[in-house]
Design a protein around this ligand. Structure first.
Ligand code: PAF
Length: 291
């Protein structure tokens, strides 16, 4: 695996590749979930000659003023070893002055109805930061396909829509969420949890599974409408908060656009997803489950 730090070197390397690459953008501090995305990219390219490129860049633009940009773990050597073992061909790891030589004045602002709900409502500007860096990375890497985890469900949708609306010739693939044996979704931020919090953290997926069961029960009883959904969501938030969590949201939305389903859609089998974000101690965890 080649490790490349500059845009010029990366372009020179990719110019020699027989086909456009597959791309997995990350912020590093990698876990098995990221490595599964690399494996998925490898499978998708098959024997086409497309190299698998990963990037590691902790993107200042997507962190709020009180978030963990400064403390976000930078573990480049370990990450490079993991990527090498996972079959990545090229690691692009630019520093900040390479990617943002001037303050990034041109930004991609995603539409408010998708980007200012759920995560965007609690992390203003987050998706502008994500879209801006991903578009810039896409311009540098010029991949034919890119893989993003479904754990960041809204991010995947925002980026898919950006690619569609901007007519970028890139296929976007979603990677299934990898979970620890006890169900906790793998996340770089799980490393912030102390042992007691790590044990408690399984309540996030337990809550989502309860919501899933309650939605299914209400649906099969012919009683699933917006009121029933609101009651299920409120009970789920309260259950987490009673255990000491500080919940931003537990919301049931349409899979296709993350908007509120109508009563008719709820009773007619519209595909749904429950999404949650809650803080355990100082660590904010997010997860989701398709219903
Ligand atoms: O999901 C992430 O790790 C980041 O949001 C991404 C897509 C690499 C952009 O910085």
């Amino acid at each position: 695996m080649k490790i490349i730090h500059t845009i010029a070197e990366l372009r020179a390397e990719l110019a020699q590749a027989p086909a456009a690459p597959a791309f997995v953008p990350t912020m590093g501090n990698l876990h098995d979930g990221h490595l599964a995305l690399i494996a998925q990219a490898r499978t998708l390219v098959g024997d086409s000659g497309s190299p698998v490129v990963a990037s590691i860049f902790v993107n200042r633009l997507q962190f709020g003023p009180n978030e963990d940009f400064d403390t976000y773990p930078r573990t480049l050597e370990r990450d490079a070893d993991l990527l090498r073992q996972a079959g990545c061909d090229i690691l692009f790891a630019p520093n900040e002055s390479e990617l943002y030589p001037q303050p990034q004045g041109y930004k991609v602002v995603p539409p408010t109805e998708l980007a200012d709900i759920l995560e965007g409502a609690f992390r203003p500007g987050f998706f502008t930061g994500v879209c801006t860096v991903v578009l810039k990375l896409f311009n540098i890497v010029q991949p034919r396909l890119a893989v993003f985890g479904k754990k960041d469900y809204q991010q995947l949708m925002v980026l898919r829509n950006m690619v569609n609306q901007m007519a970028l010739p890139i296929q976007i693939h979603g990677g299934e969420t990898l979970r620890a044996e006890d169900g906790l979704a793998l996340s770089s931020r799980n490393g912030y949890l102390n042992p007691a919090e790590r044990a408690e953290a399984t309540q996030m997926i337990a809550t989502l599974r309860t919501v899933k069961a309650q939605v299914a029960a209400a649906r099969s009883a012919g009683q699933l409408d917006q009121g029933a959904v609101a009651r299920i969501e409120a009970k789920a938030s309260a259950a987490l908060n009673e255990r000491g969590w500080k919940t931003d949201y537990v919301l049931v939305r349409r899979q296709r656009d993350l908007l509120l389903p109508t009563d008719a859609e709820l009773s007619h089998g519209e595909p749904l997803v429950v999404l949650a974000a809650s803080r355990l101690g100082t660590t904010r965890l997010i997860d989701n489950l398709e219903l």
